[in-house]
Write a new protein. Sequence first.
Length: 273
Amino acid sequence: MGSLEGKVAFVTGAGRGQGRSHAVELARAGADVIAIDLGADIDTIPYPLASKDDLEETGRLVRELGRRAVVKQADVRDLAAVRDAVGEGRDELGGLDIVVANAGVIGSGKVEQFDEAVYRDIVEVNMFGVWHTIAASAPAIIEGGKGGSIILTSSTQGLTGRGGDGSAASYAYASSKHAVVGLMRSAAHAYAKHGIRVNTVHPTGVATPMVLNDFMMKFFQENPSAADMAQNLLPVQFVEAGDISKAVVWLAGDEAKFVTGVTLPVDAGFVVR
């Protein structure tokens, strides 16, 4: 029996990368999964995002592990859409215990200083999307009366400003990921009386399509100083999505039952470098 047997988890940005890894590892630990993703590109984001087919594949992988999955295209920038997804998943799977607000975008390489559209889209996904996820899911956990765990994906850029280049994209990413910490701390206080723990995880660069894409590779080749700023203390260039998922599964389970309000780096020493 897995450590999360009988639990239901809600994962945003589940189409690929960290989100898919989290959904699969939560299922491997015994949880049924509600998985959402936009399933489309955003005009201002310079790399392809997950597709509808990617999201369906995440659902298939969860079911392959013998767990149930509710898969739905939904934009985390739309509170009503997130609420609908949570409601549909909760009704089908019988509750909600774990939330992983993972959906996020980055615009590294877009160097315009005053690109308001870029700034707005990044902040709306990374900050408003996390708040929408909390607002849509916390009432369902409270209704269950058993407590739960909410895990918010921030970044090493949510703990440092290192690597800022003065562009709207870098300002948006760093500020939105710092804001996720504020949302976590506020929610940790708000929901403690309901037995709900709230924490953030802070990955360094992760070997996913968010980083390993043609646009980002070209940017780092043309700007070696930016690549230098992204180096870790330990001698690894990137960590794997599964490394972050292990932290997520731990925070979701009873082994972390007294852990709340924590900023947990999984960063190969990036923050202390």
